[in-house]
Structure formats: structure tokens, C-alpha cells
Design a binder for this molecule. Structure first.
Ligand SMILES: Cc1ncc(COP(=O)(O)O)c(C=O)c1O
Length: 387
């Protein structure tokens, strides 16, 4: 049993500082839409979904946005649609970071494809463009990058690698609503970007996802796949799933999207407070966001070097948990070491930056409850855990 599991956290209700609390709109903001749904009885495939898709499309600068039941389903159906459009069965590999959430490789597998795990950049923690370029082969169907913790991946480099190889760039943008690259909200770059609306994200729908794309053909196929693959006559030429986003969720997601600028400001001030105390402390590393980018701060994460800091990441987690402060050791283990995915990874492909981060990264509380004062208190408690 590792130390993450042996830590005995207090029950969720007793956390003094929970890891996350959703940034919900007030009930008054969603009430008119909820009343309309109840009065009309249209629970799925209705106006609320269309309105959310249109609002997201305008905000993201995409050609089309397709609402789905989750980011995981959006990724799985999106990859399946993309491979179908390529029409080349030899291409069954998806190049992706290992330092990411397990939903990514799970979606790749559900689409009938194989993840090829590559390393991440040791400073930005997003996928390393050089590692992606080195892994391209005649079997590559797609590159699946990720805006890790809200930090945009290197869209310039990845786009030019993808374009040069003639391979579509898809992005797991689960953390990306509100992230900016070259002054613009991310969402229009690459072939498609898939956002999550689950409760830990900045925009929430209960559960849900948004697929933004520059390809109307892809969007049309995805709309079919989120309806089981029904061709319209209850026959099916390519199987899908029930991947629909219900009307109540779409209404909540729409009201939540309208609050995104406010939520971004609040997360940025919490991140600034964390950085103010932690940046530059010997043994603590912070994610390096490029000068032409900004993070949504879906998560505020650091690394702890036990030799320099004097205490390990897992021991710090224990000390904070004893004070009622909930944290996460995200992506530990990294995907290429998980029992479900290890068979896709060849032992001679080393991912040193990934292994380094997986052993040291620590995500601190973030969300509606984390004011700059709370962030400062958590950061100081973390420093007090030093050996
Ligand atoms: C990087 C990443 N990708 C995908 C997902 C899956 O999103 P969803 O829960 O909407 O399926 C998550 C969820 O947190 C995530 O963090």
C-alpha cells in the first residue's frame, strides 16, 4: 500500500479546506431556464443544448461546438469519428502524454485505438513537442495533447509538427476553458478540442463536455455518434453511444459559462496568492506558463523535491490532511505505469520528466472556496510541514 492510500483523511464533510468546491451560478440565474424545461417537458435535444453550443462557439472562436455527456465520451467519439474520416485502418495509434488524467487513454482504447505515451516538458508539464515528433510513425492516427492543469500546451510547435506530418491534432482541453494562448481563448486551434463541464472545472454542467472543431464534416459525424450512430432511419453505418447532454445540464452549463470571466479572476487571484508564498522556496517547483499564454488555473500544482525541501510530497500531504486541508497527487502513477495501460508501453521508451513529476507533483485546493487568504493559509501550512 503506498502512502497516498495509507493516509487516512477525515470524511469529506469535515475537511476544513476541501480540495475543490464548484463555482456554481446562483439558483436564481438558472431558475427561468429550469422552469421552461419543466413546463415544456423537453428533457433532451432541445433549445438549451443549442443555446449552450452557440454561446460556447462564440466564446471559443470555433467553427462548430458539439455538446456531449462528458469530456471522456467526447474524446472517445471524436477519435472514432476522426479515424473513420481518415479511412486508413493501418493508423491505429494516438500519441499522447503519460502525465495526464486516465480518461485520456481510456477514451483512446474505447475508440479502438492504442495510446503511445510520450514525455512531457519538465518546465511546462504539458506534452513535449520533441517527444511527439519522435514518436510519429505510419501508424499514427492522431496527436492528443492536453492543456495540463489549465496551462496551454505548446500550440505553435504542436500545430507545425501535426501539419508537417499530415496528422490531426486533437486536444484534451478538459482543463482549458478560460486558458489563453497568444491573447486568445484556446479552442479554435488544431482539429478539435474537447472540454469538460464536470464539477471540478471552471464551467460546470453537473456532467458534460463540449467538442470544438474547425471541421463541419467532423461535427456532423459527432452529432450522429452521440445518437448511437443512428443514420436517421434507425439503421447504423458507424456505431456510437448515447453521448447526449441533457437539457437541465445544458442550462446549468450555459449559466456557468456566462460566469467564466468572474471565475477566472477569482482563480487567478488564488494562484497569485499561492505563488507569492511558494515560488522561489528551495525544493518547491511551479508550473512554468509561457509568456504568450495564461492558465485557467483549473488546478494549482507544485512539485516538492524531498532532498531540498526536507519533506516528501506524500509526507506533506499527510501533515496537511491532519489539519483538514485536502490535496491531490494527480497523475501518480502516470498513465504508462497503470495496470490498464502498461501493455501499450514499451519498457525501452523512457519518460524521465513524467516519472519525476508523478513522484513529486502536488495539487492544492482550488475553487469557489479558495480566496487569496485561504490560499495563503494553505501555502503557509505547507511550508510549516518542512522537515
Ligand atoms: C485531463 C482530463 N481529461 C479528461 C477528463 C474527463 O472529463 P469528464 O469527467 O468530463 O469525462 C478529465 C476529468 O477531470 C481530465 O482532468
Amino acid at each position: 500500500m503506498n502512502s497516498t492510500h495509507s493516509m487516512s483523511p477525515p470524511p469529506a464533510a469535515r475537511w476544513r479546506v476541501p480540495f475543490v468546491r464548484p463555482d456554481l451560478p446562483s439558483f436564481v440565474e438558472v431558475e427561468p431556464a429550469f422552469r421552461k424545461i419543466f413546463a415544456g417537458g423537453s428533457l433532451t435535444k432541445g433549445e438549451e443544448l443549442a443555446q449552450l453550443e452557440a454561446a460556447a462557439c462564440a466564446r471559443l472562436g470555433a467553427i462548430e461546438v458539439v455538446g456531449v455527456s462528458s469530456c471522456t465520451v467526447g474524446l472517445a467519439l471524436g477519435l472514432k469519428a476522426l479515424v473513420h474520416m481518415q479511412g486508413d485502418e493501418q493508423r491505429d495509434e494516438v500519441i499522447m502524454p503519460s502525465f495526464t488524467f486516465l480518461a485520456g487513454p481510456a477514451a483512446v482504447e474505447w475508440a479502438g485505438l492504442r495510446p503511445v505515451f510520450v514525455d512531457c516538458d519538465p518546465a511546462a508539464w504539458t506534452v513535449s513537442p520533441a517527444s511527439v515528433a519522435a514518436a510519429i510513425s505510419p501508424r499514427t492516427a492522431a496527436i492528443l495533447a492536453c492543456h495540463t492543469f489549465g496551462c496551454p500546451c505548446d500550440l505553435d510547435e504542436l500545430t507545425s509538427i501535426a501539419d508537417e506530418a499530415g496528422i490531426p491534432l486533437m486536444i484534451d482541453a478538459a482543463h482549458g476553458l478560460g486558458s489563453r494562448f497568444r491573447g486568445r481563448q484556446v479552442g479554435s486551434e488544431g482539429f478539435a478540442q474537447v472540454f469538460s463541464l464536470s464539477p471540478t472545472k471552471l464551467v460546470v454542467a453537473g456532467e458534460g463536455g463540449l467538442v470544438a472543431t474547425s471541421s463541419p464534416e467532423f461535427a456532423a459525424l459527432l452529432r450522429r455518434l452521440r445518437e448511437y450512430g443512428n443514420d436517421g432511419d434507425y439503421s447504423c453505418s458507424l456505431s456510437g453511444l448515447n453521448g447526449r447532454l441533457p437539457e437541465l445540464s445544458a442550462a446549468l452549463g450555459h449559466a456557468s459559462l456566462a460566469r467564466l470571466p468572474e471565475v477566472l479572476r477569482s482563480r487567478a487571484s488564488a494562484a497569485a496568492a499561492y505563488l507569492n508564498v511558494l515560488d522561489g522556496v528551495p525544493g518547491i517547483g511551479v508550473q512554468q506558463i509561457a509568456a504568450n499564454a495564461s492558465s485557467s488555473w483549473k488546478d494549482f500544482s507544485i512539485t516538492i523535491n524531498p532532498d531540498e525541501f526536507g519533506t516528501s510530497r506524500d509526507a506533506v500531504r499527510q501533515v496537511l490532511a491532519a489539519q483538514g486541508i485536502d490535496t491531490r497527487a494527480y497523475y501518480s502513477p502516470a498513465c504508462h505505469r497503470m495496470p490498464a495501460f502498461i501493455r501499450y508501453h514499451s519498457a525501452d521508451r523512457h519518460l524521465p520528466a513524467t516519472d519525476h513529476l508523478a513522484a513529486r507533483s502536488l495539487s492544492l485546493p482550488m475553487g469557489a472556496h479558495v480566496s487569496p487568504a485561504v490560499a495563503e493559509m494553505v501555502a503557509r501550512a505547507l511550508l510549516d510541514a518542512r522537515g
